[in-house]
Ligand binder design. Structure first.
Ligand code: SAM
Length: 702
């Protein structure tokens, strides 16, 4: 059997062939691989002869790829701030065969950031994806001997070797089975996959426990769908086979019927199968070098010295390293603690690379926590200019602040706004990143609960929120920016509702934006038509990423250029003027903001959070300065306000603590502004109006 996807090098899409997918559902029988039985068998035999060095990596790095293989203890989860990295942010993988390198060169400015990063050409232990894969193994060939004495030092290695041997035996047995199956399914045979009830209608009487049979039938159904004319039973329609396939997907992989159908509709049947299969495999572990602190080559050398086996993820990124094996917990190395890297899914690099922020720009990251992308933005900007990194979930901003500190980011202001409040609270940005909250259908390998917990309502409410957010993102950009005027919208979902439909909505509602090239050198084109829906032809400029094609998390990236101001009468998603947090906005928002309560510990954390009292001082100082600039006497005016003579606002704040609708800034306004005063260099203002005072939007409830 081949390597698990997690072990495979990142590469361009392999042919969409079931045989390329090696991971099986736990307890499931191994893949039925038609037309490849013999070849595979040969490979398996060859693999058996291969020194443990090569094959031995499999169970350790991709424990799920072999049933019963012992879990890879090596990858101790990093601190929450990193691992939490949202749906999209985690650990990713790579697809074998060839490198993404083949797909083109990096479009980022990261070359500049890492001058002299000759990592790939260095002849160091770390090999570029173009070059021969690392042969250095974890065990010597001697260890292959059954006679080896077990010691504390080699126990783990030997145990892994045993796992590997067992996996090989299983693979061999499977190959035998496949071959036998093939002999009964020789070309020309019409597989009987559609069972019938008394009325002659197809039924699916296989139970999830009949995994072996389910898989075989899935395989047969696919064969029929591939060659319907020759292999379909007489009188049967294609849709009957598709219905059978869906039922078997539901039973075999454990999806809700609703989601299985939605996902199946995205692909031709065989590709859909590859997608479902890939969702059973974890993506590879990837780290992003923090170029604010180090160079990739230096980092790689340090980690290699600690027993980490790694490799650049491909020429498309100058900062990514794929980890194959580690002797140390990656979330607790001195390099990690010193902020030399962050654990980040490869696909999470893409929206940031597409946004391509420039030095000295003013950038907004609208849904930023826990900050994988914010810190990447900061690195690309070389800590210049100013990033406003906001997240509606206050608890999650702790992780964001933690990452910002650890990675040495100095140009970022953390805010806690509902993104729907932009651009009222701040606007005129050179670039905006909207890495939107989404259903996570691209990261099912990481969160299998998505298979069953997403309902039809979710795929209405989420896009509704996403549509409002995208309008807010567009309206927050300065179309007259000399260097920018760009918006990137991304999700870690693959559904059309959350991607193309949201982008199309933005194009409809904001004629002042155009889709432009993402600048990404790989990725499938976005849909311009699917399931009877037609989108603007420019939708093909958007990019889709799938686990089965690039071995990265499922992802979507769209890049807009704003070419004119948003008309003053432009309406938001719900029909209200602009997106300023109306009650229906808030309703949608409330559905999806993580309401995890903040514990006292977190509130008191020294390493993040907001100091209300201190912020208040800065706010008041700013307010005084502002009044002075207007030629007003702050003492007189603020004194009055304090005495309750300046309207209801102060009173109102006292009562409900929110200041909603009042003339004084909200807590979040104050936080942002005080942070700004506290050292961030962003200048306010831009081409779009930027009201200073409170909006009606809500912050997340904690
Ligand atoms: C996909 S995650 C962002 C991941 C982040 N960009 C990163 O790379 O680390 C989506 C984030 O959106 C936040 N969110 C949800 N609704 C929001 C809203 N209305 N305004 C701002 N943030 C929101 C969630 O709290 C979550 O942190």
């Amino acid at each position: 059997m081949g390597q698990g996807r997690r072990m495979k090098k990142q590469g361009p899409p392999p042919p969409l062939d079931e045989s390329l997918v090696t991971r099986k559902r736990k307890d499931a029988p191994a893949a039925v691989v038609e037309e490849r039985g013999k070849k595979r068998r040969r490979e398996v035999k060859a693999a058996k002869k291969v020194p443990a060095v090569q094959a031995g990596n499999i169970p350790a790095v991709n424990p799920r790829s072999k049933p019963k293989a012992k879990p890879a203890k090596k990858f101790v989860p990093p601190p929450e701030s990193d691992l939490e990295i949202s749906s999209d942010e985690e650990i990713e993988s790579v697809d074998g065969v060839t490198g993404l390198d083949a797909l083109g060169t990096d479009s980022e400015d990261e070359d500049d950031l890492i001058e002299g990063d000759e990592f790939a050409e260095s002849g160091s232990d770390v090999v570029d994806s173009d070059t021969e894969p690392r042969k250095a193994g974890m065990w010597s060939d001697d260890e292959d001997s059954d006679m080896e004495e077990v010691t504390a030092a080699n126990m783990e290695g030997l145990s892994r070797k045993l796992d590997m041997q067992r996996a090989i035996e299983e693979a061999e047995a499977q190959a035998e089975m496949e071959e036998a199956a093939m002999q009964t399914n020789i070309a020309g045979d019409k597989p009987k996959v559609l069972e019938e009830d008394e009325d002659g209608r197809p039924i699916s009487n296989l139970q999830p426990q009949d995994l072996q049979l389910l898989r075989t039938r899935l395989s047969d159904t696919l064969r029929v769908l591939d060659d319907f004319k020759n292999l379909a039973e007489e009188g049967r329609s294609r849709s009957e086979y598709l219905a059978q396939m869906r039922k078997d997907i539901v039973a075999y992989y454990g999806y809700s019927d609703f989601l299985a159908e939605k996902l199946m509709n995205l692909f031709p049947p065989r590709e859909a199968f590859s997608f479902f299969e890939a969702n059973e495999t974890p993506r590879p572990v990837v780290i992003r070098t923090n170029t604010l602190r180090t160079h990739r080559r230096e980092l790689a050398n340090s980690l290699i010295n600690r027993g980490v086996q790694l490799e650049p993820i491909g020429k498309w990124s100058k900062v990514g390293l794929q980890i194959f094996e580690s002797q140390v917990p990656l979330g607790a190395t001195p390099e990690y603690l010193a902020g030399h890297y962050i654990l980040q899914a490869a696909s999470s690099f893409l929206p940031v690379m597409s946004l391509a922020p420039q030095e000295n720009e003013r950038v907004l990251d609208m849904a930023a926590a826990p900050g994988g992308k914010t810190t990447h933005l900061a690195a690309l900007m070389k800590n210049t200019g100013c990033i406003f990194a906001s997240d509606a979930n206050k608890a999650r901003t702790k992780g964001l602040i933690g990452n910002i500190h650890r990675l040495g980011v100095k140009n970022t202001v953390v805010c806690n706004y509902n993104a729907l409040e932009f651009p009222k609270v701040m606007g005129g940005f050179d670039r905006v990143l909207l890495d939107a909250p989404c259903s996570g259908t691209g990261v099912i390998a990481k969160d299998a609960s998505v298979k069953t917990n997403k309902t039809e309502a979710d795929f209405m409410k989420l896009p509704h929120l996403q549509k409002q957010l995208i309008l807010a993102a567009i309206d927050s950009v300065n179309h007259a920016s000399k260097t920018g005027g760009y918006i990137v919208y991304s999700t870690c979902s693959v559904t059309v509702e959350e991607n193309e439909q949201v982008v199309q909505y933005a194009l409809n509602k904001r004629p002042n934006v155009r889709l432009v090239e993402t600048g990404l050198t790989f990725g499938k084109e976005g849909f311009t038509s699917i399931m009877g829906k037609i989108f603007h032809p420019s939708l093909k400029l958007t990019r889709r990423y799938y686990p089965h094609t690039y071995n990265v998390d499922g992802f979507f990236v769209a890049k807009f250029k704003k070419i004119g101001p948003t008309p003053p009468n432009a309406v938001g998603a719900n029909g209200a003027a602009h997106s300023n947090g109306t009650s229906s906005d808030r309703q949608a928002q409330e559905e999806y903001v993580d309401k995890t309560p903040i514990t006292e510990d977190e509130e008191d954390s020294d390493f993040g959070g907001f100091d209300e009292e201190e912020d208040q001082k800065y706010m008041e100082r700013a307010e005084r300065a502002q009044l002075r600039r207007k030629g007003k006497n702050p003492k007189a005016l603020l004194g009055k306000a304090k005495n309750g003579q300046n309207g209801n606002v102060v009173e109102k704040e006292k009562v409900n603590g929110s200041g909603d609708g009042g003339s004084r800034p909200s807590k979040a306004d104050r936080n942002a502004q005080s942070a700004k005063l506290n050292g961030a260099s962003g200048q306010a203002g831009g081409a779009e109006p930027k009201p200073k005072k409170k909006t009606g939007g809500r912050k997340s409830k904690e």
